[in-house]
Write a protein that binds this ligand. Structure first.
Ligand code: SF4
Ligand code: SF4
Length: 314
């Protein structure tokens, strides 16, 4: 198979596996990202996520992830749901409505790797989806999938931002797509204006210490006093800076049955969440990314919403 044929084959198979888009970037050292990353860490914007500081060089250099890496194959996987939660209830970020994306996407990518191996023979590779030291948004931009918005998320002009990103780093030579070079945020500042906790420190720069996603999922203790009344009823993650983004106006629902929302997430009202016990938590979130907070974390978030009442911005 020629490089062209193999690249086409990979993109066709990605489509059949219901990825929304698949493009390829040439693997290289991300020299221009080094000072930005360093500055982000220096400011302490990683909060308690000290594990992010490890593997600084690996983050910038795919060859340290896969010996002789030549290509970073980048994927978009839609998670925009066809049903939304009752707006009067507590909120869970849309990416966590269904089964854990780590498992779903890794299975798909593993299947794709097997199909590539049948065509191209054995090759060195690693699979990633929000799971390893790799700068996913930068690679997605380099592969031409979209630009990094002021909310720091990858935005596709055609499809918006309600997507998981995933990558296969490999030593196969492929045909490379053009990087995406236009910033379509323009003068818009909706995400900065709407962020309930002023977590967007500057365009494309998130201060995790202030981000509701971090406060409800990663932070071990309770959010500080300064966030009282600002959590806007988010009990797991936060979608505000995506919900307000004009590029998400035309988001279309995904077609992955494993991302179908758990019935309880859609239908539970505040009372149901207030009364949630550990048995119900285990049942509802059996295969879910929400397990990351554990029952105690979700309960803490629910209780914090009870204490603080609704957000002052609502
Ligand atoms: S996820 Fe929520 S808290 Fe975090 S930056 Fe976006 S709007 Fe702000
Ligand atoms: S809300 Fe506006 S500024 Fe923010 S990411 Fe979307 S287009 Fe860019």
């Amino acid at each position: 198979m020629t490089r062209q044929q193999l690249t086409q084959f990979i993109k066709q198979k990605a489509k059949e596996l219901s990825f929304s888009d698949c493009r390829v970037a040439k693997s290289e050292y991300l020299a221009e990202e080094a000072p930005k990353l360093e500055s982000w860490f220096r400011k302490g914007y990683q909060g308690e996520m000290s594990y992010l500081e490890r593997h600084f060089e690996v983050r910038l250099n795919p060859s340290l992830l896969v010996d002789g890496a030549k290509s970073v194959i980048c994927f978009l996987c839609n998670y925009f749901p066809d049903k939304q939660q009752n707006t009067d209830s507590y909120h869970i970020a849309k990416y966590a409505y269904g089964d854990d994306y780590h498992i779903v996407i890794k299975e798909k990518l593993q299947q794709l790797v097997c199909e590539i191996q049948e065509k191209a023979g054995a090759f060195a590779y690693r699979i990633f989806t929000d799971s390893a030291p790799i700068m996913e948004r930068v690679w997605a931009q380099k592969a031409g999938l979209g630009w990094i918005g002021k909310n720091s998320l990858l935005i596709s002009k055609q499809k918006g931002s309600f997507f998981f990103l995933a990558e296969i780093v490999c030593d196969l030579e492929l045909v490379y797509d053009e990087p995406f070079t236009t910033d379509h945020c323009g003068t818009c500042t909706r995400c900065l204006d709407a962020c309930p906790t002023q977590a967007i420190a500057a365009p494309q720069v998130i201060d995790s210490n202030r981000c509701i996603s971090y406060l409800t999922i990663e932070l071990k203790g309770a959010a500080g006093k300064e966030f009282e009344g600002k959590m806007q009823d988010w009990i797991f993650g936060c979608d505000v800076c995506q919900d307000v983004c004009p590029w998400n106006r035309f988001s279309l629902p995904h077609s992955e049955w494993r991302f179908q929302p758990k019935e309880e997430i859609i239908h539970y009202d505040r009372n149901d969440w207030d009364e949630l016990d550990e048995t119900a938590f285990r049942k509802i979130f059996k295969n879910s990314a929400v397990k990351r907070t554990k029952f105690s974390g979700l309960k803490r978030n629910i209780e914090s919403c009870q204490t603080n009442g609704k957000c002052e911005n609502q």
